[in-house]
Design a protein around this ligand. Structure first.
Ligand code: AMP
Length: 612
């Protein structure tokens, strides 16, 4: 179904496309891609030259915003009004970035160390979200110009190690740019998809994604199974990339110049980058700048680059150790990021993992192309494919005695919908509290509360009679909706909860670890609470039974039943589940024949009432 949007500025009606685009919002460069005739393609600028939009934002003297190549030109001439690497600040507080503040050429504001950072440009303050939104707006305009349609839906990629605050910030940036962000996808997952790895539901592989960009290095180890991409480990260096290769060349040239005469540092850096790129294809490079000749051979460059490449391999070793894998257990190795074009990098990575690497796609575009494929899957255009996200922690509700009743277990694929039937525990109960928790522990007090609501207006009925259905529905966006409905009366209530918001990856890890460490003690407590719950129900039924059927019971039977019930009460007050279970068995064994007799009498009475 096509949607239409009214452009208020121009007063015309525009067709809103159903297309979902893929966006790589990078530290150095960003790209937008989409599926064109079944093929993922990255969108070029108007001149048709480049698919990359430098992730740089410049504020002109009259406060206009320019993004991309034009903004990059201002880096040297107007650094305080030119913002780069804003991705490094997403979801961060001033405390987080204090040690690396000097890296940024613009002003980062520290008014409150715990709140999220702001960037000062002239007398205005901007959040990294607003600045990222400017980059996204540029990408949105680029694809809208290409297609002649309004685009409003996107998938955006983020590094696998991004925590929840960083992911949420990215999502918010999308919203601010007028994009409905249907999914935040891990960059290594997108890179795998771009190579078709994991595209078939029965693909089962372990892949390594080696991503060396301009300023950052990431290695991610992924387990791909049944269309689920699980990040086994990540490692990297947030300040290591192709720019360091350029710097090494600059230093090399400066050492060779014995006279004091040197070219300006910015133009020398650009020349070094040109040399590095040239050496990816040729054996030597030579050029003159300000009358000075600068030359370097590939062998010389490789000697300079080797220590940097070794640092990336050390990260790979750590990532493998964390994933408890050996290099030869990695079945697919994917290269991403412009700096992996350096032949030395390809060779070193291939030797390290002892296999050929995937490097046929343009390494700058790989992630964006994968994002476009993911978007296409979400749009439902690839029929046989599963959706790829999973719930990181179990979701459930609190039941009697503070127990966690898991409704959607961790690692469940989303979207997911699960329903379960509950009932009341007290006669005439009119309200039921539904408290939603996330976590792996048996007791809700150890898990994280996501929200609660009260199902009100249940018609009064004896305990156990109402049929209350609770549904957990997680949509593809990761939003959980919890619905409760009493089926006899159709009373209904529901809430929306964000299952992951506010949980960092460390916190998630801690919760999982604790669940393992406390598993035994939790199990014992769970068994005790379950025994208590069951015993309380039996006590209630026994009391009711004696009241209702006193006429057919002997005084001795009533006395023994009361005594056994009272023993059970004493057991429930204690902490030994075996004692409770034994007391329950004793009471059950004694009252069972009495219950049968009561039933027979009831049937006989009923038959008596019927005249033949
Ligand atoms: P990215 O952040 O992925 O866009 O990577 C940009 C980095 O890749 C920069 O350091 C570029 O200098 C580097 N790069 C781009 N093209 C080449 C090339 N042909 N050879 C070596 N490095 C390159």
């Amino acid at each position: 179904m096509a949607k239409f949007a009214i452009n208020l500025k121009e007063g015309n009606i525009e067709k809103e496309s159903e297309l979902i685009v893929g966006i790589d919002l990078g530290t150095t460069n960003s790209l937008v891609a989409y599926m064109k005739e079944g093929q993922a393609v990255a969108v070029k600028d108007e001149s048709g030259k480049s698919t990359l939009v430098p992730s740089i934002i410049h504020f002109t003297p009259d406060q206009n915003v320019i993004v991309g190549d034009e903004a990059r030109e201002k880096l040297a001439t107007d650094p305080t009004n030119t913002i780069y690497s804003v991705k490094r600040l997403m979801g961060k507080s001033y405390k987080d970035i204090k040690q690396v503040e000097q890296y940024f050429g613009y002003r980062i504001i520290d008014e409150d160390t715990d709140s999220l950072v702001k960037i000062r440009v002239k007398d205005k303050f901007f959040t990294p979200i607003e600045l990222s939104a400017e980059i996204l707006k540029t990408l949105k305009r680029r694809i809208e110009t290409e297609l002649g349609e309004t685009i409003s839906k996107a998938v955006i990629t983020v590094p696998a190690y991004f925590n929840d605050a960083q992911r949420q910030a990215t999502r918010d940036a999308g919203k601010l740019a007028g994009l409905d962000v249907l999914r935040i996808v891990n960059e290594p997952t997108a890179a795998s998809l771009a190579y078709g790895i994991g595209l078939h539901p029965d693909d089962n592989e372990v892949a390594a994604v080696y991503d060396l960009g301009g300023g950052t290095f990431d290695i991610s180890i992924l387990q791909i199974h049944n269309g689920i991409f699980e990040v086994l480990s990540t490692h990297g260096d947030t300040f290591l990339g192709g720019d360091d290769f350029d710097r090494a060349i600059v230093d090399f040239w400066l050492q060779q110049q014995d006279t004091g005469q040197v070219s300006s540092s910015q133009s020398l850096r650009l020349l070094a980058e040109q040399a590095k790129k040239h050496l990816s294809q040729h054996e030597s490079y030579e050029n003159t700048l300000d009358g000075i000749t600068y030359a370097i051979t590939r062998a010389q460059f490789e000697a300079l680059a080797q220590p940097l490449v070794d640092r990336t391999l050390a990260s790979c070793r750590r990532a493998l150790a964390d994933a408890k894998l050996k290099p030869e257990q990695i079945e697919k190795v994917i290269l991403v990021g412009g700096a992996t074009r350096v032949p030395l990098v390809k060779k070193a990575v291939s030797e390290f993992f002892e296999r050929e690497v995937f490097d046929k796609l343009n390494p700058d575009e790989t992630v964006a192309l994968g994002a476009a494929i993911q978007a296409d899957i979400l749009a439902g255009n690839q029929k046989d494919l599963l959706l790829l996200d999973i719930t990181p922690l179990s979701l459930g509700i609190e039941t009697m005695g503070g127990l966690m009743d898991v409704i959607i277990p961790r690692n469940t694929k989303v979207p997911a919908k699960v329903g379960r039937r509950y009932t009341t525990s007290i006669d005439g109960q009119r309200n039921l509290k539904v408290a939603v928790y996330q976590g792996e522990r048996d007791l809700v007090e150890h898990n994280r509360k996501l929200g609660e609501f009260i199902l009100k207006g249940i018609p009064p009925m004896p305990a156990g009679l109402p049929k209350i259905e609770i549904h957990f529905i997680i949509n593809a966006d990761g939003i959980l909706q919890v619905k409760a409905q009493e089926l006899r009366s159709n009373v209904e209530q529901s809430i929306d909860v964000l299952p992951q918001y506010g949980i960092s990856e460390e916190e998630m890890g801690r919760m999982l670890l604790e669940s393992i460490q406390h598993a035994q003690e939790d199990m014992a407590r769970r068994a005790l609470l379950e025994a208590r719950n069951e015993a309380n129900n039996i006590i209630l039924s026994a009391d009711k039974f004696v009241q209702q059927h006193a006429a057919i019971l002997s005084p001795e039977e009533i006395e023994i039943t009361r005594a056994l019930t009272s023993d059970l009460r004493v057991a429930v007050a204690g902490t030994d589940k075996d004692v409770i279970n034994k007391a329950m068995e004793d009471l059950n064994a004694y009252t069972s024949p009495l219950a049968h007799r009561a039933m027979d009498t009831a049937i006989a009475d009923a038959i008596k009432g019927i005249s033949f």
